[in-house]
Ligand binder design. Structure first.
Ligand code: NDP
Ligand code: 2IT
Length: 443
């Protein structure tokens, strides 16, 4: 099927899967030039297969809350593509989780994991469970109930989950513990584990650090460095906080952070002390308004996003579609020149067009946030060798992987002074997974 017929078919089959349609349309548009040169890939139904998950599991998760009431959540695992290795990708616990969201994330993961150059297939899963306001005991019971079903569908050579929004080291610990008990096997079937039982050093930091390493390669392409640049970061979770910390280490001034309720802005820049306070506030379930109450020089803007403040670099690190066309125009008007995505698909398609039309250098999450899954790949290697590497070793490998991904994007990204990273990343990732699919026959 050709690409426009394929998009029509996707819309006809799942008209409500608007996020998946957005991700698929972006991918198909980005690889269309490459496909013109490789029509054999269209003939084999390869694209149709790439856009259809190998398998989707849906299951109920009944659990008992602290009041003794039975709650029932809906959970999924989208096992998207296994051509390059075991299905690999995070689990998200958030009330917005549905099959559309997980399908778009699984498609992005397919290209991202291929770009890392590691032996990683792709998947994504999670549940419409809201961890906010839940006690530690409730979180544990939910994680255990999730695994009672899911353990039979995963394993170190089949499907290796990790964290995503709402799933951090604590949740991975509870999930892994139940997996170990039910499977009777201690193995590397989860990444993002605690260092106390097989985790890799630097996995929590890896997505944010990797984003900054990728950004440094983007800047170097134009003979620029991060030192002295003003950076707007969105989010206040794992990715945002570690990107913020590394940007500070590299001499940038970070002026914003945000959460689902609002944005904090500090004209003189946020500091490590602020970052530490954000960690405490978030661990207590609080909002960023508390940061402005605790420190001078910080303004809190309820119900707003960071994109209205002047910056050189914008790093959206919260969630999908958090930066729209109007936000992109504001960034352009305020002098922003680089946008690199820490989150998955945070820029809408219209925002990407505005950035591109105004010569803002834009890097999609499938390239720029691949550091997290890359260190997950390194955690799998360490687990299977029964080794643990030093922080220096993991950091060195992470940096090298991000630089290699940057190089692969350039190969297919046109003008090296003004690279089109979206096309570059999509073609390079697609090329690798398509070759593997083709070599294995129609499956
Ligand atoms: P976390 O759960 O740690 O943090 C998510 C942050 O996003 C929170 O600060 C949350 O606010 C904020 N947020 C959620 N929804 C919205 C919204 N609608 N508007 C504004 N802010 C919102 O998740 P991560 O940091 O792990 O993930 C962030 C993004 O990065 C996601 O897109 C994820 O898929 C992607 N990603 C994560 C990787 C990882 O290794 N963790 C790897 C690669 C990509 P609040 O605190 O109020 O809930
Ligand atoms: O979106 C992502 O790449 C992740 N949530 C990390 C996945 C992983 O398996 O480490």
């Amino acid at each position: 099927m050709d690409t426009s017929a394929l998009l029509q078919e996707i819309k006809r089959r799942d008209p409500h899967h608007v996020n998946f349609q957005q991700a698929a349309a972006s991918l198909l548009k980005s690889v269309s030039g490459y496909l013109d040169e490789h029509p054999e890939l269209l003939e084999q139904g390869l694209l149709d297969c790439l856009l259809e998950p190998e398998r989707v599991l849906r299951f109920r998760v009944p659990w008992v809350d602290d009041q003794g009431r039975v709650r029932v959540n809906r959970a999924y695992r989208v096992q998207m593509n296994g051509a390059l290795g075991p299905y690999k990708g995070g689990l998200r616990f958030h009330p917005s989780v549905n099959l559309d969201v997980l399908s778009f994330l699984a498609l992005e993961q397919t290209i991202k994991n291929a770009l890392t150059g590691l032996s990683l297939g792709a998947g994504k899963g999670g549940a419409d469970f809201n961890p906010k306001g839940r006690s530690d005991a409730e979180i544990m019971r939910f994680c255990q109930a999730f695994m009672v079903e899911f353990h039979r569908h995963m394993g170190p050579d089949t499907d290796v989950p990790a964290g995503d929004m709402g799933v951090g080291m604590r949740e991975v610990g509870y999930l892994f513990g139940m997996y170990r008990k039910l499977s009777g096997s201690f193995n590397g079937a989860f990444t993002g584990k605690s260092l106390d039982f097989g985790g890799s050093v630097l996995r929590p930091e890896a997505t944010g650090y990797g984003l900054i390493y990728f950004l440094q390669s983007m800047l170097a392409q134009q003979d620029q460095t991060l030192a002295g640049k003003t950076v707007a970061v969105s989010g206040a979770g794992n990715v945002a906080r570690h990107a913020f910390a590394k940007a500070l280490d590299e001499g940038a001034t970070v002026v914003t952070l945000s959460d689902s309720k609002g944005t904090v802005f500090a004209e003189q820049g946020l500091t490590k002390a602020h970052l530490e306070a954000v960690g405490d506030i978030k661990a207590d379930g609080g909002g960023l308004d508390q940061l402005a109450e605790r420190f001078d020089g910080i303004r809190y803007h309820a119900d707003s996003r960071p994109w209205g403040f002047p910056c050189d670099v914008a790093l959206p690190c919260a969630t999908e579609n958090e930066l729209n066309e109007a936000d992109a125009r504001q960034l352009v008007n305020n002098g922003c020149r680089w946008v690199a995505e820490g989150a998955n698909m945070p820029c809408t398609a219209e925002a990407v067009s505005v950035l591109r039309d105004n010569r803002v250098i834009y890097a999609p999450g499938k390239a720029a946030n691949a550091g997290g899954v890359a260190v997950s790949g390194l955690e799998m290697s360490q687990n299977s060798r029964r080794e643990s590497w030093s922080a220096e070793e993991v950091d060195r490998r992470l940096r090298a992987i991000m630089e290699r991904i940057h190089g692969r994007c350039l190969e297919h990204g046109g003008d090296h002074r003004q690279p089109d990273y979206l096309t570059g990343a999509s073609v390079a990732g697609f090329q690798r997974v398509a070759r593997a699919m083709r070599g294995q026959g129609v499956l």
